[in-house]
Design a protein around this ligand. Structure first.
Ligand code: ADP
Ligand code: ASP
Ligand code: MG
Length: 418
């Protein structure tokens, strides 16, 4: 017997037929004698629909009221799943974020889980009752409803798993594991049996939305055993073939030779800004980035091209696309102070990243990337690196070609096209 947290994403909960399938899977795991908590997302598309209403109500909506609206999607699915389980003869009840409660801090719409009161929850699970928990939602100190940011149900599931000391956190989604790249972009993507926390964290943070970045960081910190599985497989199968997120030592034990690159991710949510003819003197770059930081705008890639001749430099960087207009506004407002000539922006860019711990011990990963892209005439507009990642910014239209070319160049293609 084990204590298991099962999480089902939006596509898995999209409509009553899917919910019945989820309930059948939960029943199967309960019938095996396990204690179970289930974390659910809203039906696919529902959160987008609710966000749309908020924007329509007021472009500058109050984030606290936004949370009231968008948290409702998960309230619906948690109730429906509990009902369905009961109809199948499985003892179950829903536990809303504020009922446990899941205590959150910081800002509405992107709150962080601080703690979860698990007393009543664990007692219910031990008595054989399945706890059905709406993902994404929590409660602020003042009792108001909060949400954890888009894709946040993954984080809810890992947080619950850590709090109830679950043996496993199984994330059921619409693909049967973590692949070398998004299998919806590259048909020859290969499923990984295992991936390290560190690589998964990096992949998620550069755009692999299969898991929310914060869920991976939390799993790594709390040592939660996470598995990614498909909810579209036969619900009565005992062992589903998924991807296990593990510590690096576990992978080293199980395979002699690591691939150089583990995966490739794409992020189409950034935009490029070029600030031209900035004075090349101490403090100039700070005068650009400080006001952006004050406005909580996350700057990602940065390039400074210095031109020694005229003591001026162009500074290129990326910001989230959603913050582009605000960034321009802020910089134009400080044009005199910064002393630049003009701003050039481009929102039609995408960031392609290759990730792998193998990079630590092998030189030439970046060079191979640049050459493979150059051979196909793909221009690189910016570059950034970390110890286990190389990212390039390219024209958005060339994204799929770039990912396919790199997938082949690093030897990641599956033998047979899916
Ligand atoms: P859920 O609604 O279950 O949370 P998401 O849509 O958030 O599901 O995440 C699953 C999707 O992530 C897949 O449908 C796939 O298109 C995408 N994805 C991106 N990168 C990867 C990857 N490396 N491996 C698997 N899926 C990926
Ligand atoms: N329903 C929320 C979203 O779409 C949370 C989630 O599904 O993880 O972002
Ligand atoms: Mg998701």
């Amino acid at each position: 017997m084990a204590r298991i947290v099962m999480k089902f994403g939006g596509t898995s909960m999209a409509g009553m037929e899917r919910i019945r399938n989820v309930a059948a899977r939960v029943k199967h795991v309960v019938d095996q004698g396990n204690e179970v908590a289930v974390v659910v997302s809203a039906m696919a598309g529902e959160t987008d629909r609710l966000v749309g209403f908020c924007k329509e109500a007021s472009p500058l909506y109050d984030p606290a009221e936004y949370d009231v609206v968008v948290a409702s999607g998960e309230q619906v699915t948690s109730g429906l799943l509990a009902m369905t389980l009961k109809a199948m003869g499985v003892n179950a009840r829903s536990w809303l974020g504020w009922q446990m409660p899941i205590r959150t801090v910081e800002t509405h719409a992107k709150a962080r889980v601080e703690s979860i009161d698990t007393g009543a929850l664990v007692a219910a699970m031990q008595s054989g009752q399945v706890a059905v928990i709406p993902g994404f939602q929590g409660m602020m100190d003042d009792g108001r409803v909060s949400t954890l940011g888009r894709g946040g149900s993954d984080t809810s599931a890992v947080a619950v798993a850590a709090a109830v000391k679950a043996d496993r956190c199984d994330i059921y989604t619409d693909v049967d594991g973590v692949y070398t790249t998004d299998p919806r972009i590259v048909a020859r993507a290969r499923k990984l049996d295992m991936v390290t926390y560190e690589e998964m964290l990096e992949l998620a943070s550069v755009g692999s939305k299969v898991l929310q970045t914060r869920s991976v960081a939390l799993a790594m910190k709390e040592k939660v055993r996470v598995q990614v599985l498909s909810s579209f497989d036969d619900p009565t199968q005992d062992e589903l073939p998924g991807t296990l997120i593990v510590g690096e030592e576990e992978i080293e034990d199980s395979s002699m030779e690591r691939q150089l690159i583990t995966g490739i991710a794409v992020d189409k949510n950034e935009a490029k800004v070029i600030v031209t003819r900035v004075p090349d003197k101490p403090g100039a770059v700070a005068s650009i980035f400080s006001p952006l930081a004050e406005a909580s705008i996350n700057v990602d890639m940065i390039i400074q091209n210095d031109s020694k001749d005229n003591a001026e430099t162009d500074v290129t960087f990326t910001v989230p696309r959603a913050d582009l207009a605000r960034s321009v506004d802020i910089l134009e407002g400080r044009k005199g102070e910064i002393g630049f000539n003009r701003l050039i922006t481009d929102a039609e860019v995408s960031k392609v990243s290759v990730v792998g711990v193998g990079m630590r011990s092998h030189a030439g990963v970046a060079a191979m990337m640049f050459k493979a892209l150059a051979d196909r005439g793909i221009n690189i507009e910016a570059i950034s690196t970390s110890e286990i990642k190389v990212s390039v910014l390219i024209d958005e239209d060339e994204t799929e070609l770039a990912v396919r070319v790199l997938h082949t160049a690093y030897g990641l293609d599956a033998d047979v096209a899916a």
